[in-house]
Write a new protein. Structure first.
Length: 138
C-alpha cells in the first residue's frame, strides 16, 4: 500500500495538470528503507511529449547525488498519461528500474476527474496497490 500525504498527492496532481498536454514526471524521495514519501521533486520531461516521458539525465544524476547525501531513496516515481488511463505502458515497465519504488500514474485525460493509481513494477510484473491519502498529522 502507498500511504501518501495530502500535500504531496495534491502537488503531483497539480504538476500533471500544469504540464498537460505533455506528460509530467518526478520523484518523491524519502528516508532510505522507510517507505515514507516525504520530499516532492518535480522534474522536467526532457522529451516534452504527450505520449512519453524522460528524465533529463543531468537533473537525474544531481537528484541521485542529493538523495545519497541525505540518506534518501526514490520512494515514489511518478508520471502522467495525458490521453489514456493511469496504467503502466510497456515502455513504463521497460524503464522501471527501482524495485522498491511505488510507480504512481496520474491520468489527465478527463478535465473533471483525475485518476491517481500506484503500482509496484518488479522484473516486468505489474501489481496495483491501494493508495491511502493521509492528512499531514496522520
Amino acid at each position: 500500500m502507498l500511504r501518501i500525504g495530502r500535500g504531496i498527492h495534491d502537488a503531483i496532481v497539480a504538476h500533471a495538470r500544469r504540464d498537460h498536454p505533455d506528460e509530467a514526471c518526478g520523484v518523491v524521495a524519502g528516508p532510505e528503507g522507510s517507505d515514507r514519501p516525504e520530499r516532492f521533486v518535480p522534474m522536467l520531461n526532457a522529451a516534452r511529449s504527450p505520449t512519453f516521458y524522460e528524465f533529463d539525465s543531468a537533473d537525474l544524476l544531481a537528484l541521485y547525488k542529493e538523495m545519497a547525501a541525505n540518506d534518501e531513496e526514490p520512494v515514489v516515481v511518478y508520471h502522467s498519461h495525458t490521453a489514456t488511463e493511469a496504467y503502466p505502458s510497456r515502455t513504463d515497465v521497460a524503464y522501471a528500474s527501482e524495485p522498491n519504488a511505488h510507480y504512481v500514474l496520474v491520468s489527465t485525460r478527463d478535465d473533471a476527474e483525475t485518476e491517481f493509481r500506484s503500482f509496484r513494477i518488479v522484473d516486468g510484473a505489474i501489481t496495483e496497490e491501494p493508495v491511502e491519502v493521509v492528512e499531514p498529522d496522520d
